[in-house]
Write a protein that binds this ligand. Structure first.
Ligand SMILES: NC(=O)c1ccc[n+]([C@@H]2O[C@H](COP(=O)([O-])OP(=O)(O)OC[C@H]3O[C@@H](n4cnc5c(N)ncnc54)[C@H](O)[C@@H]3O)[C@@H](O)[C@H]2O)c1
Ligand SMILES: [Zn+2]
Length: 387
């Protein structure tokens, strides 16, 4: 494990020099692929060679990300594909829907794309999830490459093969398991990411500590300032370790019947916040951060995890500038939303709890206890929310 990155002697020029490309191999029953991690990969020819050959490549993005990196990706792909086109989806979680998905299909059909056409998802988790779903279903499946440009997409959504769109009744309710042929993470793209998005991504980095790696949690605590400053070396390690943990977990359980569910730590509460507040009001990572506080407290209240460890997690989340207080929402609404959660079985809500720092399990909890935890950690009506 690398030592804590010193921020005091931080040399911006050195930080901007491209470090060596790191790679993480992901093996799942649905396929094997490599995740490439490094700064400047959009400009590095080796990152783009050896992909499936085809007459056409299609870059799927949104206007925000396309304006920043669309041209660079098109340049990188030019030596490999005779015809490259771009399709832009409206930006935002509220557009992760059928209408946007259809824009991709419309473009593919209008451009005469065949079953070999390779799709490139250039953007955050929204673009990645929709492009993956389009790739899974266009002509019963075409290859696709993830080029995630948000921290959340790099260490979470682009790894593991889950693709989906939202339904008005719930997030990610319609989708498929479908693996990319490669994931290319250019850490330089994080430079343009708004700080709020960076913090939201850090929530998922933090998540990997309590569920799978106690030493990583300590490393994050020691390196949080460097991560918030987007320090290249610290970020490279955080992304790599997160991807390793996610790859190890999904490799063992592609379809989430068992171990994979631990990745949803904080997500039962988090999805309720996201949906309850309206898609887009809370960022996914913000909702998950707050959800982890609740799930940590629940673990402690169930007598599974020391309360001091739950408080430690809460402090780290707070230091990262993430919300630790849930929004005011009627308790019935919480339960209604949590019952729609995909982990719920036969109406029973299942929570990811921490049994020891670095080890998680999935279980049910008495409704009364869950009510108590929510009530204790929610903003009162009319109070200023801790956002
Ligand atoms: N498939 C999975 O396993 C999985 C896991 C976690 C989350 N998700 C999904 O991911 C989505 C959230 O992803 P997200 O947080 O990346 O949100 P996002 O895709 O909406 O991106 C956030 C914002 O940042 C902009 N952006 C992206 N890259 C940028 C860059 N480099 N510079 C400047 N701006 C940039 C985007 O245009 C957008 O406005 C949710 O829909 C969630 O359901 C999926
Ligand atoms: Zn998540």
């Amino acid at each position: 494990m690398p030592a804590a990155t010193p921020t005091s002697s931080h040399d911006p020029a050195a930080a901007r020099a491209a470090p060596a490309t790191r790679s993480v191999a992901v093996a799942t029953p649905g396929g094997r692929y490599d995740i490439l991690i490094g700064a400047g990969l959009l400009q590095q020819p080796s990152a783009w060679s050896g992909l499936p050959r085809a007459a056409q490549a299609v870059i799927v993005s949104n206007p925000t990300v396309d304006a920043l990196y669309g041209h660079a990706l098109q340049q990188a792909l030019t030596p490999h594909y005779g015809h490259i086109s771009r399709v832009l989806l409206p930006d935002g979680e509220q557009h992760k829907d059928w209408a946007s998905l259809n824009l991709i299909f419309d473009h593919l059909l209008a451009s005469g794309c065949d079953r070999k056409t390779v799709l490139f998802a250039l953007g955050g988790g929204v673009v990645g999830d929709m492009t993956g779903f389009a790739a899974a279903t266009y002509m019963r499946g075409v290859p696709f490459v993830q080029v995630p440009t948000t921290l959340l997409a790099q260490l979470d959504s682009s790894v593991g093969g889950k693709t989906a769109i939202n339904h008005p009744r719930g997030k990610n309710m319609v989708g498929a398991f479908y693996q990319p042929v490669r994931v290319v993470m250019d850490l330089a793209t994080l430079d343009s990411l708004p700080l709020r998005e960076l913090r939201a991504g850090l929530a998922e980095v933090i998540k990997y500590g309590p569920i799978a790696d106690a030493a990583f949690l300590g490393w994050i605590e020691a390196n949080l300032d460097a991560l918030l400053a987007c320090d290249r070396a610290a970020m490279a390690y955080a992304v790599q370790r997160s991807c390793e943990i996610k790859a190890e977990v999904v490799g063992a359980d592609e379809r989430e019947s068992g171990r994979r569910a631990i990745l949803n730590f904080g997500h039962t509460f988090g999805h309720a916040i996201e949906t309850g507040m309206g898609h887009g009001a809370w960022l996914h990572g913000e909702a998950v951060a707050c959800g982890m506080v609740l799930a940590g407290e629940l673990s402690a209240a169930l007598g599974l995890w020391p309360a001091a460890e739950s408080r430690r997690l809460r402090r780290l989340i707070e230091r990262a500038g993430l919300p630790v207080l849930a929004p005011a929402m009627p308790l019935e609404r919480w339960f209604e939303l949590m019952r729609v959660d995909k982990k719920a079985e036969g109406g029973e809500i299942r929570f990811v709890v921490i049994e020891a720092t670095g080890r998680a399990a999935v279980r049910t909890a008495p409704d009364a206890l869950v009510r108590q935890i929510i009530a204790q950690h929610s903003a009162q009506h009319g109070a200023t929310e801790n956002r």
